[in-house]
Write a protein that binds this ligand. Sequence first.
Ligand SMILES: Nc1ncnc2c1ncn2[C@@H]1O[C@H](COP(=O)(O)OP(=O)(O)OP(=O)(O)O)[C@@H](O)[C@H]1O
Length: 582
Amino acid sequence: MIKFFQRYFALSESGAKDLRTAIFSHTLLNLSIMLPVMLAFIFLEEYLNILEKNISTDDNSLWFYLIFSIFSFIIMYAIAYIDYAKLYTKIYTESSKRRIKLAETLRELPMSFFSKKDTADLSAVIMEDTEQIEGLFSHAVPQIFAAIISMTLISFAMFLYDWRMSLAMFWVVPISFLVFYLSKKRMENGHYEVYNQKRIVTETIQEGIEMIQEIKGYNQESTYMQSLDKELDNFENKLIKGELMGGALLNSSYVVLKLGLPSIIFVGAFLFIENKITLFSYLVFLIIIGRIYDPFIETMNNFAALLYLKVRINRIKEMDSMSRQTGLKEFSPDNFDIKFKNVDFSYQENQKTLKNINFTAKQGEITALIGTSGSGKSTIAKLATRFWDIDKGQILLGNQDIKEISPEILLKYFSIVFQDVVLFNTSIMENIRLGRKNATDDEVKEAARLAQCTEFINKLPKGYETVIGENGEKLSGGERQRISIARALLKDAPIILLDEATANLDARNERKIQQAISELIKNKTVLIIAHRMRTIINADRIISLEAGRIVENDTPQVLRTQNGIFASMINKQQTFNKISIN
Ligand SMILES: Nc1ncnc2c1ncn2[C@@H]1O[C@H](COP(=O)(O)OP(=O)(O)OP(=O)(O)O)[C@@H](O)[C@H]1O
């Protein structure tokens, strides 16, 4: 049973065990609720006896009712308390475990997963789906199982008491469930549609917020609002349709259940007239028929909610089943050479981005990747850092295949300055400290000084403590890039990866930063991606790429003499310089 719960509801082992306990305690609660009903029966039987035989009641029976009532109350209260404590505290613990597990999973998923998923969708899985599952586990799942168990036990007892009347009462139940079951598929489809449309609406809203600048800049407000309106209308329609259909189908099941009342009235009357049952038995069934179907109705309602749960659990399972990037948790390479051996890679199936890539970026050397836009330079950098895993070949770091190193450990050896700088909405100090968590304030300031940040930081209202807005929106492109260089300087890792690192800088700052970078890269493995000659003229090795293939791989001195991409870039640069001077 534990394994079934784990598999079906995507629970941890302890979560599955807690669910089993919750079902048990909820079953007990359901059964304990029958205590007052039993008391009513005992009273009814005695009262009818008194009426039939015309005898007077004794005082002891009053005491009996009083004590039984108090006893029932205490038992019900105690079980309800235990049930509540068991159910809710355990469910919230399981939910927090689920969220942590999902976040852990996200850490180990390759970038290929994120490029296929929307961020709004991912956060919906972690926060909204988990919350909904939490709600259903506290309000539906244990109740369903408990209702089925307790109702089976109660029905069994009633059949033993009088099978004919029980049959008259319970024949409607399987038919009602059958109607419900047959309509399940349609309800499920309705839920899927509503759910998917809700995701589309959330994504459209998020996109609108993220792209507000572009939308305004290109006067696209009304187009955007029209598309949002369309998606919202769609959502509303699907929601109404889903509710109506679900309501109609559930109501048909309820109507079938209601047929139990006339059935018990006719069969009971017939059996009573035939003297086959007592008046007491007839009354007992007439009393309990008013409530006996409640747990069935509740179960069907909960089942309907469970359909939602299935959709959400499937999404969590999908995330769980993605192949993760794992590997050695401890690793110290013999050297920091990076070697690409016969590497093939594609972002999309059947569309190779890199083909048969072979080169070595040696420790203590600067290796520059050049080539036209889209030729695959940044992709090479992303593969060296295991942001993506390759399709064929090997990438070695100091003779160790990086596929066997956990990305977290691998990235400890890299200082990276990306083309698209990502900054957090916190202080400048903390943004730079991201390079090395335990760096002192003085160390952070020294890195900022080397990256030519001091001048603009000092002009900010709170200096290093200035909070820079979402993704550093309060800073210019060049300032953001310098912060990311300061971060890399602070990290001081043995491998440096610079992707268009100085693209947003003016000539004065660029010169200064080049000095800082030359300090940073001494005796390190340096992989530079750059278009500008000035950035790569000091490189020890040039790798030229064209449409995902290496077309040149040599020293700049040799490549200058050849008629290839490097030589043509130098010529263009020289012509450009002449025009600028003239
Ligand atoms: N996440 C991605 N998903 C799908 N295709 C991608 C992705 N990133 C890049 N590509 C494609 O891969 C190819 C190589 O891109 P890459 O960014 O490596 O080129 P690049 O040489 O660095 O270009 P640039 O100099 O313009 O930055 C391009 O055709 C690009 O469209």
